[in-house]
Design a protein around this ligand. Sequence first.
Ligand SMILES: Cc1cc2nc3c(=O)[nH]c(=O)nc-3n(C[C@H](O)[C@H](O)[C@H](O)COP(=O)(O)OP(=O)(O)OC[C@H]3O[C@@H](n4cnc5c(N)ncnc54)[C@H](O)[C@@H]3O)c2cc1C
Length: 286
Amino acid sequence: MYDVAIIGSGPAGISAAINLKVLGKNFIWLSNGEVSKKLTQAERVKNYPGLPDVTGGELAWTFRNHTDVMNIKLCEEVITGVYDTGDKFTLLAGEREYEARAVILCTGVEAGKPIEGEDEFVGRGISYCATCDGQLYKDKTIAVLCTDKKFEHEVEFLAELSKRCYVMPMYRGYEIKSPKAEIILKNPVKFSGGMRLNTVAFKDGSVEVDGVFILKGSFSPSTLVHGLRTQNGHIEVSRDCSTNIAGIFAAGDCTGRPYQYAKSVGEGNVAAHSAVEYLAKTKHNV
Ligand SMILES: Cc1cc2nc3c(=O)[nH]c(=O)nc-3n(C[C@H](O)[C@H](O)[C@H](O)COP(=O)(O)OP(=O)(O)OC[C@H]3O[C@@H](n4cnc5c(N)ncnc54)[C@H](O)[C@@H]3O)c2cc1C
């Protein structure tokens, strides 16, 4: 059991991790990649104090060098759900679980909106985790939406256990090896059904399925944490970065505009201090 779990390896998560380390907390830092792509993608950064003109890659290196020097380890995981389990939170990562007294969400903003019907059918035909839910669809017809090459082994696993498997790779240069994978080069526009999902619709047609797997590395905040209050896709926070759920804090782009490194770093700092205050107040200062 950790005091705090941080999700995200962008500037907000990095800042939260550095501050929790300084404050001497027992925490786990989880993210789906070594460093946020939004750091490395920036061609030139000219508005970060102290570094007048750097590439995103250089800024990323500077940040991660800081965590390395402080011996802060990142645990590479895609978190598919955060559940309030009484006096603690359980974070699901495939078949693994992590427990913490408080959570800091530093998950950034998702590019693109969820597909129509996605939120409605989560747990009723839509799954985000091949290893957790794959066996439920043994010998059934499924569709798999794969957003990144790194999930291809999960696609192959699902294709092998299914009766029929439609695969929609959302990137170029896919190399899905299972002969059972039926590739559809179209974007799904809607998921529909009754009590359970049964149809994936495209602009020009549809397929009937028993279930859909969406393999991606990040989720909308309300999909990730049931009951989390959001507005226009951003997590509602108070000035201390607390959310409507006691013990869950949020920092960075996920709390709203402006989308900026310095704002994310600042909020990561605030969220870390607020999480520590919360632990002290609730006598969880383990
Ligand atoms: C091309 C480009 C150039 C930019 N240039 C500038 C600039 O010059 N100056 C400036 O101030 N800002 C700039 N920005 C904006 C800046 O990148 C963002 O504001 C900043 O990265 C936000 O930091 P963050 O930590 O809140 O989120 P992010 O950097 O988006 O990090 C979120 C992290 O959470 C991880 N994550 C999300 N969900 C999960 C999950 N479920 N499980 C595990 N991990 C998860 C992601 O993989 C990622 O590591 C630029 C952005 C882009 C795209």
